[in-house]
Design a binder for this molecule. Structure first.
Ligand SMILES: Cc1cc2nc3c(=O)[nH]c(=O)nc-3n(C[C@H](O)[C@H](O)[C@H](O)COP(=O)(O)O)c2cc1C
Length: 300
């Protein structure tokens, strides 16, 4: 071949040659894979909404899906028709603020998780007010994705204890690893939960995986786990301020049975269980120290 004469031709047509080559090779690869049953779906995957995802899941696995999976771009969906009203909350001088914040800290710093309860009755109105406090929590797009089930009926408390202890015995004996059991040793928990029958109230906090709008359509709940957790924090603070005690507990693997016992709908999942009442006269707690503020706060 006369290189001197073919050089300008190569310079002009090499992109075309590369493109033709790529198509030929690509077709051969596709044919090879296709003949072997490999499905080359090059189309963009259809995006599936959260509701559709929940709908297509088997009943029990609906518990495992969280709205955090949903597209966070839709987060700010507060109804545009809601009018805005003036907001003038109480404000204080610096001195008063320092005093009030310190008093509130001292109140909360006295809080401890209590595992020994008295059966002394507590007025239902106190529990109602505590739940009112929890219901003031912020929530993603104001969805308020929580349900507080208050149990004072003795037989139901006993059944809750049976369900939880049955699972906890398995959790402690088989499901929790050695490290987990070692970490719990200082807390002093076991699979046995007599307080579930002793405390006058058990409050089960359900996270609503999705809600319903007025017309019955499914309503997505954004960041529901964070919202419900914040509301539980307010609940715990209100219990403390009222002069009662509670225990934050997470009934591992007992959720579906508890939901069915309490006849809650499938869109609700048990997040935490909180017995509420007075502490037993001989109640004890592990002598834990809390981290000082300079270890938990970074000021930039
Ligand atoms: C998410 C969460 C789950 C918890 N689960 C349990 C539980 O299942 N059983 C239990 O006895 N304590 C449980 N606790 C309580 C902790 O053990 C307790 O908060 C910790 O030991 C610190 O003690 P304090 O609450 O007295 O400060 C839980 C606490 C949190 C925040």
């Amino acid at each position: 071949m006369d290189l001197a004469r073919s050089a300008p031709l190569l310079t002009t047509y090499w992109p075309l040659a590369v493109a033709v080559g790529a198509v030929v090779v690509g077709h051969k690869v596709w044919k090879y894979l296709h003949e072997r049953g490999v499905n080359l779906d090059l189309k963009r995957k259809k995006s599936v909404s959260f509701s559709e995802k929940v709908e297509t899941l088997p009943q029990d696995s609906k518990y495992n899906i969280s709205p955090e999976d949903e597209d966070a771009d839709n987060f700010f969906v507060i109804n545009e028709d809601v009018p805005h009203i003036p907001y003038k909350p109480n404000t204080y001088s610096d001195d008063v603020m320092i005093k009030r914040s310190l008093e509130f800290y001292e109140c909360l710093n006295n809080r401890r998780s209590c595992r020994f309860f008295s059966d002394k009755p507590v007025p239902l109105e106190v529990i109602e007010n505590i739940i009112r406090c929890a219901g003031t929590s912020p929530s993603g797009a104001h969805t308020e994705p929580w349900t507080f089930v208050v149990v004072s009926n003795q037989e139901t408390k006993q059944r809750i204890r049976e369900i939880i202890e049955e699972e906890e015995e398995l959790n402690y004996r088989k499901r929790m690893g050695q490290q987990w059991l070692q970490d719990l040793a200082a807390v002093g928990t076991t699979w046995e939960k007599p307080y579930l029958e002793e405390a006058p109230y058990i409050v089960l906090v359900f996270k609503q995986v999705h809600g319903f709008s007025i017309d019955g359509a499914r309503k997505t709940h954004y960041y529901s786990e964070i919202s419900v957790s914040i509301s539980v924090g307010l609940f715990i603070a209100a219990v403390q301020y009222s002069g009662l005690v509670t225990l934050t507990s997470t009934p591992m693997n007992a959720g579906p049975k508890l939901r069915s016992l309490l006849k809650r709908p499938v869109n609700e999942k048990v997040l935490v269980l909180l017995p509420v009442g007075y502490p037993a006269d001989d109640a004890t707690v592990p002598n834990f120290k809390r981290k000082p503020v300079d270890e938990i706060m970074v000021h930039i």
